[in-house]
Each structure stands twice: as structure tokens, then as C-alpha cells.
Design a protein around this ligand. Structure first.
Ligand code: PEP
Ligand code: MG
Length: 758
């Protein structure tokens, strides 16, 4: 059997020769899709290499380990990869590969290539091993290409791949690998296409695109532009232009693949022209028709020419159906509070601190005592999150909901019961963690957020404004796509803690301008996405324990109860240097025209705090007439003295029910032992809210809610009845809250009409 074949010599039935990816590329070439040219080193070449190099026995016995033991698994990977990299490739195979690469260069010119893995199982050639082996981009030169092919072969024995095969019952000896060598598209823009709407299956082509190589879109590290093409009306029905912060490119000097910031003039620029959208949609339709089911396609464009890099069936549409049909059966390992809905299966990674974050690969399950803001980069990659501590309003819960990532918090013992490397299924709706893969029906938050990103939102007009909460500026576009009436809470802690240094570090090191600029940058992304709708930015509210892990946080006081400690406005009013910097940032934003930015003060408990904050704002020559200023109602103290605040003068109040609940009921929101006592529906909380709404309403002060309770339809209903001005919900809850509010408003109107008729 041949060791090397051209891609245009193979087709969809050649899975056992060139694996799924190779067969699909060959098939696309056959039907006239523009696929970059290249060849495949066949599965047979790999098999011959293993057998004839004499490493087979040693290799396969090295793989016989307990795959749930991370140390053993890692040793198996190291040994297997070393064996492959050091083994001599039979000379005829080496010659065939090298001469084929030379022929490719003769055909295409001195080109860079991508070397990709395409795995196949002997008895189940169409088994999917997607994403488990490596890809090497921008490779040039005979030796480098040959070496990358060996690296692809070795990647068949990565820890994750070994683990997966054992879990799925595949024999290592029967899994082969074809290496695909393809002309590298030096793409100016790239992304993915779904030939049908990925969550509903509607005939809408959904296209995502960003600058540079498609890796940034596929890995989710950039917010891409989003376009929709209606296959019935043949029209482009939706365009959402994202702020694209980074791109992956070939460095013109080193020729290495690097991630760089997007040049300022391209950040907000439209990636795809209308004719390109229409052309991409056409290819998507051809592929869906040819394969007989909706396709998930990778595309890229170089010098105006479209290339299709991959096409595979969309799994989400059929998977949801399949999951629903499967039985919900599995061993329950632990339970906790279902803090962010959705279901995910993945491999456990126990995280002790920021230093471990690299362990988390896309889709892994992040397991930790309690998440910290500096863990957010890892949380973005996680398929689900499980914590020992915390309740519905803890950090892990808030961030997970915003990221659309299923989460179970407050399990008490996740880090001791779960082991690194084991596969679990997390049901974030019911708060259950199962052993292994368990089929569960789920309408995930991720799907909800995904459809928001895809622009599937209809806006019902409500008298009560429906706003959205944001912590991560990267989510600004997705949040804006909910068509929310503004941002009711922009938490700046996460963007600031993401810098890794405390505000004091910047102040002590004379880098105050840099700090102000960082604040301006993060807030600007959100304020621009929503302009002219109001964006209420909350001044810093980080407890001392969160600062301690950061550079500059060494001398943070150790507090017995940081939740009741030196945070929010009380800290800013003693560290006025810092508060002044925040005001300077707000002022700068207003000066650049972003007058929709308002200021919200957290943890206020006495009117003196509002008075002092106003003095400092005036002191910075920021005209209070020009800015919306409000306080959060998070302490019973502030709620019960609301008249004093009204008299002092303010534009709005917003209920921070996460804290208001813990302070009213004396229930630590992060303490799983008392989580069952934590309820925003406690009559005392409802009374406090009503007390404040009534008085503010009379005085013409706006009222809002930005605590988690605002995302609960039942609470939304009650708030509408009370007469709240706006409700700010989590991204995934905006649509439901809007519907609930619309219905409740109609009910109230009908009731009034009927009462008048009697
Ligand atoms: C709250 O307390 O309800 C709130 C929104 O603030 P945080 O959750 O950030 O404390
Ligand atoms: Mg709070």
C-alpha cells in the first residue's frame, strides 16, 4: 500500500488510508471546493514505521498504565514520544515523504506547509479522534517537514489521547495516524461557518470571522464578528462587529506562528465584505447538500481567495437529541449547588493556584477549593467548574454564568473525592457530578449564549428597562447582542485583578497613568459596545484576601472576615489616592465622548460615605451634573436610611442582593455550610427592597437590581409589581427576564383596566 498519496487522489471512502480529516479534504477537492493542495502520509506508512523500526513491543507495553494515575499517564506519554522521535524511519518511507514534499514545492513554489494529524481506528475507521493530536503550522524545508510528521506520529501518544482511547475501549495497537501536509494559507482573515444555525438547525448560515489565522476563533481566544445569511430569503440578515483584540499570524521575521494584538485600526473593522459572506455561505450550502447533514466548516482568505480547511458534521444539533434519548444513569460522586446551568463531560484538573492554570486544556473540568479572579484565564478554557466552597453568589458562580460554563459550587469535598485525570460529567443545573460520561439532556447556558452571539434575539419592548451585568470586557459584544437597555453593573475587579498587580503597586511604582489607562481600556470596550445606552461602572470592590495573591498585595491586612472588611467604598475613602485614579479614568472616558459611563459606589452603609465620595469627585474637577451617580444597596444600613441618601442627592440605587442577603440574614455567601439558609426571597429582603423602591420612586430616583436575584424570573415579577425602574440580569438570563417582565407588565395593566371596569 502506498506510503504517500496526493489529497486529490483520495475521497470519503478512504478513511482507513488517510483518516477522517484526510478523507474529507480529498472529498472536498473532488466536488470542486477550494482546498489548499497537499499530500497525506498514509496510516500504512505509520504502521510500517512502528513495525519495522523495532519499537512496537516497547511502545505498546509502555502504554499499559493506570490512566487515572496522572503520574503514570505522563510517564507513558514521555516514554512513547521519546521512542517515536528517536526511532529511525525506514529509508524508503523517508525518501517517499521527502520527494513528495519536493514535488509539492515544484507544484506550488517554495511554500510553508501545515502538518496535521488525521487519526483512524482499524476496525472503526470513522471513529472521531478530533482535537487529540497536534497540528504544526508554518513549516518550511524538507527536514522541518519530516520532523513535524514524526511529531504528529508521536502526538498519537499524548496523555489525553491515551486516556481517551482507554476510556472509549480502543486498542492502542489498532489506532493509526495519517499526517496531512498541506499548503499553509497565510490568511488575512479566517473563521468558522455553520451551514445551519448550530443550536436550532434553522436554514441560516452562521459565519464567524476574525483577523489572521483561524486558530484564534476556533480556540475561542478572540470574540469574532458574527454574520448570518438566510438561506430562504438569500439575504444577509445579521452582522455583529466585535472588538477583535488579538490575532494569530506568521511572524514575517521569524516565520513562527505568533499571537499579536490587532492593530488599532482593525480592531473594530468589519472582517467580511458582503460578497465574501455570500461566497462562504454558498460553499457551506454545497457541503451540507453533499454530505446530507449540517456542517461545521473552517475557512480562511488569503489575498482575496477563499480556502476551505475542514468540514465536519455539526454535532450540537444531533447531540442534544441523542443526549435526550440516552438514559440518565451514572454514579453520583458529589453534589453541591447548581450555580451555572448546562452539562459537560471532561477530564478533571485539580487547581491549587494560578501556577497550575496551564494544566487546563480546552474542555477540561476545573476543580478547586474556590476560584479566584486570577483564575479567569483557565476558567475561560474549562468545560465546567466544580468547587468545594461557595454558594450561588460566589465568584465561581458569577463568572461561570457569565462565561456560559456549567458549574457546581459548594460540594465541600470536590478536591478530595475527584482525582486529576478522571473523567466526570458535571450537571450545572441540578448540582450533581457523575463519574464518567453520562448522557443528560441539557439546554446549556453556553447554547443560550451561543445563540445570543449568533444574533438570535428578539426584543420585546418593556417599560421596565432590562439591562445586563458584565465582569469581563471580552464579553461586551455578546452582552450587547442581547439588546439589553444598558449595563446595570460593570464589575471592574476582574479586569483589574487580571493585571496581576494591586492598585497600590501602580501607585508605589509611580505608574499611576498606566493604571488609569488600563481602567480606561477595559471600561471603554464595554461603554463603546453599548453607547449611548448607560453603563454603570462600579468602583473597585475587591476583598483583601483577593489582593493578597497579587504583586503588591504582600502587605494586605489579614482580616478575620474579609466579606465584612476593608472593601468597596470604605476602602476607597481611606485610600483616596486610588479613588482619585478611578475618577480620573471615568473623567477621561467622558472626555473621549463616552458620556454614557456612570459611577456606582459599592458597600455603602452611611450617607457620609456618599457625601465624601462626591467631595472627592468634585475635587477632581469632574462636574457631578454631567455624570450619573448612584449607590448599591447592599447593607441593611443603607436600605433603612435611604431617605438620607435621597436628601443628599443621587441619580440611582441598585440592589446588590448577593451582599444584601448575606448581611441581612447573617449568612456568609461563600460558606457552603449555611448555603441552605441563603435566600433572596426571605421576607426581610423583600421588605427592604420594597421600602427603598417606594421612597426612591416618590423622589424620582431610579431603582435597579444587579445581584443574582435579578436573573430569577420570580424575583423579576415581584420587582415589576413594586415598580422598579430597571433589572440587570446575567447575559444568559436577559431574554427570559425580558419575557417575564413583559408578561407581568401586561398582567398589571389588564388588572388595572378590569378593576376600572367593575
Ligand atoms: C451584589 O452584592 O449583589 C453584587 C452585585 O455585588 P458582588 O456580587 O460583586 O458583591
Ligand atoms: Mg456586592
Amino acid at each position: 500500500m502506498a506510503h504517500v498519496v496526493w489529497l486529490d487522489e483520495v475521497g470519503k471512502n478512504d478513511l482507513s488510508i488517510v483518516g477522517g480529516k484526510g478523507a474529507s479534504l480529498g472529498e472536498m477537492i473532488k466536488i470542486g471546493i477550494p482546498v489548499p493542495g497537499g499530500f497525506a502520509v498514509t496510516a500504512q506508512a505509520f504502521r510500517d514505521f512502528i513495525n519495522r523500526s523495532g519499537i512496537a513491543q516497547e511502545l505498546f507495553s509502555a502504554l499499559k498504565v493506570d490512566v487515572n494515575d496522572q503520574t503514570q499517564l505522563q510517564l507513558a506519554e514521555d516514554k512513547a514520544k521519546k521512542l517515536i522521535m528517536e526511532a529511525k524511519v525506514p529509508i524508503n518511507i523517508e525518501k517517499e515523504i521527502k520527494s513528495r514534499y519536493k514535488e509539492l514545492c515544484d507544484r506550488e513554489g517554495e511554500i510553508f506547509v501545515a502538518v496535521r494529524s488525521s487519526a483512524t481506528a482499524e476496525d472503526l475507521p470513522d471513529a472521531s479522534f478530533a482535537g487529540q493530536q497536534e497540528t504544526y503550522l508554518n513549516i518550511k524545508g524538507t527536514e522541518a517537514v519530516f520532523n513535524s510528521i514524526k511529531k504528529c506520529w508521536a502526538s498519537l501518544y499524548g496523555a489525553r489521547a491515551i486516556f481517551y482511547r482507554v476510556e472509549q475501549g480502543f486498542e492502542h495497537e489498532k489506532v493509526n495516524l495519517s499526517a496531512i501536509v498541506q499548503k499553509m494559507v497565510d490568511s488575512e482573515k479566517a473563521g468558522v461557518i455553520f451551514s445551519s444555525q448550530p443550536s436550532t438547525g434553522e436554514p441560516l448560515v452562521v459565519i464567524e470571522g476574525a483577523w489572521g489565522l483561524g486558530e484564534s476563533v476556533v480556540s475561542g481566544s478572540v470574540s469574532p464578528d458574527n454574520y448570518e445569511f438566510d438561506r430562504n430569503s438569500r439575504k444577509i440578515t445579521h452582522r455583529m462587529i466585535a472588538t477583535k483584540e488579538i490575532m494569530v499570524i506568521r511572524d514575517p521575521k521569524t516565520t513562527k506562528t505568533v499571537t499579536v494584538p490587532v492593530p488599532p485600526e482593525k480592531k473594530e473593522a468589519v472582517v467580511l465584505m458582503d460578497n465574501e459572506i455570500v461566497d462562504l455561505a454558498r460553499y457551506a450550502e454545497i457541503l451540507e447538500k453533499h454530505y446530507g447533514n449540517p456542517q461545521d466548516i473552517e475557512w480562511s482568505i488569503e489575498k482575496g481567495k477563499i480556502y476551505i480547511l475542514q468540514s465536519r458534521p455539526i454535532t450540537t444539533i444531533s447531540k442534544e437529541k441523542k443526549l435526550a434519548e440516552e438514559e440518565t444513569e451514572g454514579k453520583v460522586l458529589i453534589t453541591g449547588s447548581g450555580a451555572s446551568p448546562g452539562v459537560a463531560t471532561g477530564v478533571v484538573r485539580i487547581i491549587k493556584g494560578k501556577a497550575d492554570l496551564d494544566k487546563i486544556k480546552q474542555g477540561d473540568i476545573l476543580v478547586t477549593v474556590m476560584t479566584m479572579p486570577d483564575m479567569v484565564p483557565g476558567m475561560r478554557r474549562a468545560g465546567a467548574i466544580v468547587t468545594n466552597e461557595g454558594g450561588m453568589a460566589c465568584h465561581a458562580a458569577i463568572v461561570s454564568r457569565e462565561l456560559g460554563c456549567p458549574a457546581v459550587v459548594g460540594t465541600k469535598k470536590a478536591t478530595s473525592v475527584l482525582r486529576d485525570g478522571m473523567t466526570i460529567t458535571v450537571d450545572g443545573s441540578r448540582g450533581i457530578v457523575y463519574e464518567g460520561h453520562v448522557g443528560l439532556e441539557s439546554k446549556t447556558t453556553a447554547a443560550a449564549v451561543g445563540s445570543i452571539a449568533a444574533g438570535v434575539v428578539s426584543k420585546i419592548i418593556t417599560a421596565t428597562e432590562i439591562k445586563v451585568n458584565i465582569s469581563e470586557p471580552l464579553r461586551a459584544q455578546v452582552a450587547a447582542a442581547t439588546l439589553a437597555d444598558g449595563v446595570g453593573l460593570l464589575r471592574i475587579e476582574h479586569m483589574m485583578l487580571g493585571l496581576g498587580k494591586t492598585p497600590n503597586w501602580y501607585i508605589k511604582n509611580g505608574k499611576t497613568e498606566e493604571y488609569v489607562d488600563e481602567l480606561v481600556k477595559g471600561i471603554k470596550t464595554v461603554a463603546e459596545a453599548f453607547y449611548p445606552k448607560p453603563v454603570w461602572v462600579r468602583t473597585l470592590d475587591a476583598p483583601t484576601d483577593e489582593f493578597r495573591a497579587m504583586e503588591g498585595g504582600e502587605n494586605e491586612p489579614i482580616e478575620h472576615n474579609p466579606m465584612l472588611g476593608w472593601r468597596g467604598i470604605r476602602r476607597d475613602l481611606t485610600e483616596t489616592d486610588h479613588f482619585r485614579l478611578e475618577i480620573r479614568a471615568f473623567k477621561k472616558l467622558h472626555e473621549t465622548g463616552l458620556t454614557n459611563v456612570g459611577i456606582m459606589l459599592p458597600m455603602v452603609q452611611h450617607v457620609k460615605e456618599l457625601q465624601r465620595a462626591k467631595e472627592l469627585i468634585r475635587d477632581e474637577n469632574f462636574d457631578l451634573e454631567k455624570i450619573e451617580l448612584g449607590i448599591m444597596i447592599e447593607t441593611p444600613g443603607a436600605a433603612l436610611t435611604i431617605e438620607d441618601f435621597i436628601e443628599e442627592g443621587l441619580d440611582f440605587v441598585s440592589f446588590g442582593t448577593n451582599d444584601l442577603t448575606q448581611y441581612t440574614l447573617a449568612v456568609d455567601r461563600n460558606n457552603e455550610n449555611v448555603a441552605s439558609l441563603y435566600s433572596e426571597f426571605h421576607p426581610a429582603i423583600i421588605k427592604l427592597i420594597e421600602y427603598v423602591v417606594k421612597r426612591c420612586d416618590k423622589a424620582g430616583v431610579k431603582t435597579s437590581i444587579c445581584g443574582q436575584a435579578g436573573s430569577y424570573p420570580e424575583m423579576a415579577k415581584r420587582l415589576v409589581e413594586m415598580g422598579i425602574t430597571s433589572i440587570s440580569a446575567n447575559i444568559d438570563a436577559v431574554a427570559t427576564v425580558r419575557e417575564t417582565v413583559a408578561r407581568e407588565e401586561k398582567i398589571l395593566m389588564l388588572r388595572r383596566i378590569r378593576e376600572n371596569e367593575v
